[in-house]
Write a protein that binds this ligand. Structure first.
Ligand SMILES: NC(=O)c1ccc[n+]([C@@H]2O[C@H](COP(=O)([O-])OP(=O)(O)OC[C@H]3O[C@@H](n4cnc5c(N)ncnc54)[C@H](O)[C@@H]3O)[C@@H](O)[C@H]2O)c1
Length: 370
């Protein structure tokens, strides 16, 4: 494993052009949304906010959600479907957004690519290694854009900060401490409970949520883990809601292929007011450290003042969706491509499985070639 630039492609490859799927920027792009619940509705609005986009089709198995989304996009007069395969047959759908429960992402992405559609898939890429391999193979064999909804990749401040870390501002990165803490569980009476608390469907909270945070760890560490070991479970919200199979707290250690160590925790019971809540990402190097959340670098040297590596940028609204559409129109390669998507999902999966099995799980044991 090369120490440097494992994810160079993900960091700075927008100049790469694949004109095979370029399309004229003057024609409206037809977008279909599959799964118009909480996130799908947001993504639909994000697409509608972009120039030269027409929402041509919507799909959901829940009629109330489909109706609500169709009203939200009424100006575009989208066709509506219960079966996503019918949506994929439409010639006026150039690109799809997939925002269904996590266990459906691979199946729907594969079908969309096969139908010749560009794919914006909500995270995670998938919840099991074997299906992620099928997805990687299909995306690599396709000339369509595949972009994963890991939107931190489109935050300019984070990208600039990581570029400075790559330049050596804190020496070599040796360790990262990251977390995703919340003061309460997700609502127990939500209409998404049919999948959210079911680990087989969600991939469990680490794959469903922490995939974002672990992706940032992979990005800043510039590698992927070799092994993971952790402990956790349903510690507070036991069988609550009834039948719950998701965890509510865990602690994990990862060792990366380039030797960097990662300590990661996620809990849903961090009391309000107690310090240390929220999402954090501390990066430790041989010369100092960086708080990635504020882009502030701290030196080991006494008397050296902390330095802000990158000021918050005013990214365009819905920058990640805009990046997807730009890639379709210009042939640029997405920041959040299949390598980023598969690596993040597999990082979460190996952590999850080490907790489930109470064993060290290695990257190689997952058997996926990215
Ligand atoms: N990028 C982010 O920050 C972010 C934020 C929230 C959710 N998400 C992701 O978005 C996805 C959806 O999450 P959500 O919170 O919107 O859940 P949700 O339950 O609100 O929405 C999912 C929708 O998919 C529909 N659906 C289920 N099976 C379907 C099928 N076979 N065909 C068509 N529609 C189907 C459901 O009826 C529901 O309306 C998840 O993968 C989640 O991880 C991403």
């Amino acid at each position: 494993m090369q120490r440097r630039h494992f994810f160079l492609g993900a960091l700075g490859s927008t100049a790469l052009v694949r004109p095979a799927f370029s399309q004229s920027s003057s024609s409206p792009l037809g977008v279909g949304v599959i799964g118009v619940g909480n996130r799908g509705s947001y993504d639909m609005q994000a697409a509608m906010a972009q120039p030269e986009v027409k929402i041509t089709a919507l799909c959901d198995i829940k009629p109330d959600r489909l109706d609500k989304a169709a009203s939200g996009a009424a100006a575009h007069k989208p066709a509506t479907f219960k079966d996503y395969r019918e949506l994929l047959q439409r010639k006026d759908v150039d690109a799809v957004v997939i925002a269904t429960p996590c266990d459906l992402h691979v199946e729907m992405s594969l079908a969309a690519l096969k139908a010749g559609k560009h794919v914006y898939c909500e995270k995670p890429a998938g919840v099991e290694p074997a299906s992620i391999q099928r997805l990687v193979n299909a995306v690599r064999a396709s000339d369509r854009v595949y972009l994963i909804g890991q939107q931190t990749r489109s935050v300019t401040r984070v990208r600039r900060t990581i570029a400075k870390i790559r330049e050596g501002v804190i020496g070599e990165v040796i360790m990262v401490k990251a977390q995703r803490h919340a003061s309460a569980d997700l609502p127990h009476d939500s209409s998404s409970n049919d999948w959210f608390f079911v680990a087989r469907r969600s991939g469990d909270v680490i794959v469903e949520m922490s995939v974002h945070n672990l992706d940032v760890c992979n990005w800043v560490i510039d590698s992927r883990p070799d092994r993971a070991a952790g402990f956790g479970g349903a510690l507070l919200w036991k069988n609550d809601p009834p039948g719950r199979t998701n965890m509510d707290g865990y602690t994990l250690s990862y060792e990366y292929a380039n030797g960097v160590k990662l300590s990661y925790t996620q809990v849903f019971f961090h009391p309000n007011g107690m310090p240390g809540n929220g999402q954090t990402n501390y990066v430790y190097g041989t010369k100092g450290g960086v708080n990635l959340d504020t882009s502030t670098a701290y030196s080991f040297e006494r008397g050296v003042k902390p330095v802000v590596l990158a000021e918050p940028e005013k990214d365009p609204p819905h920058a990640h969706m805009a990046a997807f559409l730009e890639c379709i129109r210009t042939g640029k390669k997405p920041f959040a491509d299949i390598t980023v998507a598969a690596t993040a999902a597999l990082t979460a999966i190996m952590g999850r499985d080490s907790i489930y099995r109470k064993q060290v799980v290695t990257w190689d044991s997952m058997g996926v070639k990215i």
